[in-house]
Design a protein around this ligand. Structure first.
Ligand code: ZN
Length: 425
């Protein structure tokens, strides 16, 4: 099956192309990008006309909790610990895998409609998550989540799930201890063993707010990065979500390590955690990517919305508009995200041989017209109504704004309302 995306202006995010944004045809053979050409004249089964539109890699959300859609925008005036302890965890304890199927399904639709093609998830209820992924065909890094003390059965269950699903093309896997401040040392070490055994990343919350940093310092008698080092976790591939407070001295320890920081600007602002120093992290060679966090604190999973905060925050923090560019923001949401997940050979840019995870934007509506600077427009002014087409693994999941998956959105919303009624009200 050959599809051709014809005549769009292409943002490849392939630095070898020197940031040229040319009119190109993208040829997709099955699920792989097989050609990037000026005027494709070969065979095809389907043409997707992108004349006047922007073609770019699908966005990669490196820290999300897809099952949390029912908590959308529920945090107002609460600090992180109060919010988790009073509003989130007691309800999550009651959620079944079936509930999580529906709440994840809602998030998968949100991903497709807002141009995110891969998410790095951290949630329980894996059978529900898997069902939603199989139904919507979005790409997901799924997590073996754990918190508190080590429980062998939790790891046995995840191992069985991993072995049964490791050949699923749409899935990759992490082990995800909730955080250094909420997991015992023994549990962290078991996560390391599991990550080593299957060569998968460790995805965890890290240095989200000052009270967490203090708890880690009190427990480990050293800084959080040093604590990771003492546990030999820096030898693993780490995906550290938040990193709002990292001491610059400690960044030296991360040199040449396979560590990525996931910046979650909206969640960090909403919970009053602070603003991560993305500039310093990047200067010290850390791969920084972007996440939305769950909709509870991030309010939505629209990566375009979350991107719009990134350079503004750094420019404001440094009182200097030259410190950060829109292109760097877009790298965080695409190719840097792919690197964080260890998928940079497969996704994150439009290059021949990569998986066809591609979105098409229509920026012709009057209220954001015109587009003299393409990248600034894309990182600041795109809303969900500008996302015209979403293709994941060669499958066209939305075209001309029409969702092409077999899910009844109205029925789903009714189901979500009943879950909220049963769990929360
Ligand atoms: Zn989170």
């Amino acid at each position: 099956m050959i599809k051709v995306i014809k005549n769009g202006t292409v943002i490849t995010m392939d630095n070898k192309r020197e940031k040229k944004f040319e009119k190109l045809d993208i040829v997709i053979k099955d699920n792989i990008i097989s050609g990037i050409e000026n005027n494709y004249k070969g065979e095809y089964d389907e043409i997707i006309d992108a004349t006047g539109k922007i073609v770019m890699p699908g966005l990669i959300n490196c820290h999300a909790h897809l099952g949390m859609s029912i908590f959308r925008a529920t945090n107002d005036n609460l600090d992180l610990n109060t919010w988790l302890n009073d509003k989130i965890w007691p309800i999550e304890d009651k959620m079944t895998d079936e509930d999580i199927y529906y709440t994840t399904l809602l998030s998968c639709i949100e991903m497709i409609k807002t141009g995110t093609t891969t998410s790095n998830d951290m949630y329980m209820g894996r059978s529900g998550i898997l069902k939603a992924i199989n139904e919507t065909k979005v790409r997901l890094m799924i997590a073996g989540t754990c918190i508190g003390e080590y429980k062998k059965e939790v790891f046995d269950n995840y191992e069985e799930f991993y072995l049964n699903n490791k050949n699923n093309e749409m899935l990759s896997f992490s082990i995800a201890p909730h955080g250094l401040y909420t997991c015992s040392k023994e549990l962290m070490m078991e996560c390391k063993k599991f990550a080593d055994k299957y060569n998968i990343p460790i995805h965890t919350h890290f240095c989200e707010n000052e009270s967490e940093v203090k708890t880690i310092k009190d427990t480990y008698n050293t800084t959080p990065i040093n604590a990771l080092n003492d546990l030999k976790l820096l030898e693993n591939k780490l995906i550290l979500a938040h990193c709002t407070f990292i001491e610059e001295e400690d960044l030296k320890l991360l040199k040449d390590k396979d560590v990525s920081f996931v910046h979650n600007p909206v969640s960090n602002l909403n919970l009053g955690c602070g603003v991560a120093d993305v500039i310093t992290y990047r200067k010290n060679g850390v791969n920084v990517c972007l996440g939305t966090d769950g909709q509870g604190s991030g309010n939505n999973m629209n990566m375009f919305y979350h991107m719009s905060f990134v350079d503004f925050l750094q420019k404001g923090k440094y009182k200097d508009p030259t410190v950060f560019s829109s292109y760097e923001t877009l790298e965080m949401a695409t190719i840097n995200g792919a690197k964080a997940l260890g998928l940079e050979k497969e996704i994150g840019s439009i290059e021949v041989g990569k998986k066809a995870d591609i979105i098409i934007l229509d920026l012709s509506n009057t209220e954001i017209y015109p587009t003299p600077d393409l990248i600034t427009q894309v990182t600041h002014n795109v809303e969900s109504n500008n996302i015209d087409t979403t293709i994941i693994d060669g499958n066209v999941l939305m075209k001309n704004h029409k969702l092409l998956i077999d899910t009844d959105e109205e029925e789903l919303k009714k189901k979500i309302d009943s879950i909220i009624f049963n769990l929360i009200k």
